[in-house]
Design a protein around this ligand. Structure first.
Ligand code: DHB
Ligand code: MG
Length: 225
């Protein structure tokens, strides 16, 4: 299909199935006004994350890569009132925007923003789980620097449990994922992550291609076994 067709279809599906929410749309507007990149997930994919949280009965969600908290709001709305989303953001200025968006959307009390690089914050989350003071995560959404996808997947397995759902964003990147000669460190990171999901016995996984408001991309969905 040409872009005009799939954009029209995405609008149709969004209008028909997702609808419009002022707090989600304001979160995107504030993110854009602050000059952050417009790389939040499309509404249909935010709704997918939300439904996966509900379908899996998730109470504890880990998100790596907060940005303006658009996906964080969707996830937080998919867990019970006593559930928790822990979301990791490296940039303090971005975390401030995310916090304001979460509070305005009414989910602030369910969300803990952990400031820092994933590679630094994730080991601190493991301490709580190993010591038994926190339960493992039920759902993990990986949407940060693609170069680190294998590191994030390794932590997802360690911080999860058999049955934990793992979603990796941006796994097709306009088709570049299937280019074995790519020189992009981000694409190579995506490829290594997918290869890990295919090979690592801790996961069973698939991926789907997506065409939506954000263009041609995809997501991987894995189960920790
Ligand atoms: C990029 C990152 C994302 O997480 C995304 O959803 C889209 C684009 C990027 O780095 O270009
Ligand atoms: Mg993304």
């Amino acid at each position: 299909p040409t872009p005009d067709v799939w954009r029209r279809v995405d609008t149709y599906l969004t209008d028909t199935l997702v609808g419009h929410d002022p707090n989600l749309e304001q979160a995107v507007a504030d993110q854009n006004a602050a000059g952050l990149p417009p790389i939040e997930v499309a509404p249909v994919n935010g709704k997918l994350l939300h439904l996966l949280a509900r379908m899996s009965g998730a109470k504890r969600v880990l998100e790596i890569g907060t940005l303006g908290a658009y996906s964080t709001i969707w996830l937080a709305r998919g867990i019970p009132d006593d559930g928790r989303v822990v979301t990791i953001e490296a940039e303090p200025r971005i975390a401030d925007i995310a916090r304001a968006n979460l509070d305005r959307a009414g989910v602030g009390q369910k969300v803990e923003i952990r400031l820092g690089r994933g590679a630094d914050v994730l080991p601190t989350l493991a301490e709580g789980i190993v010591s038994g003071s926190s339960d493992p995560f039920d759902l993990v959404f990986i949407d940060a620097d693609k170069e680190s996808n294998t590191v994030y997947l390794d932590w997802a397995a360690r911080l999860g449990r058999p049955g934990t759902v793992v979603v990796v964003d941006n796994t097709v990147r306009g088709g570049e994922v299937a280019n074995p000669a790519t020189e992009s460190a981000q694409i190579i990171g995506v490829q290594r992550g997918l290869e890990m999901l295919g090979r690592d016995p801790r996961f069973d996984a698939t991926a789907i291609q997506t065409l939506d408001a954000k263009g041609y991309d995809g997501i991987a969905i894995a189960l920790v076994v």
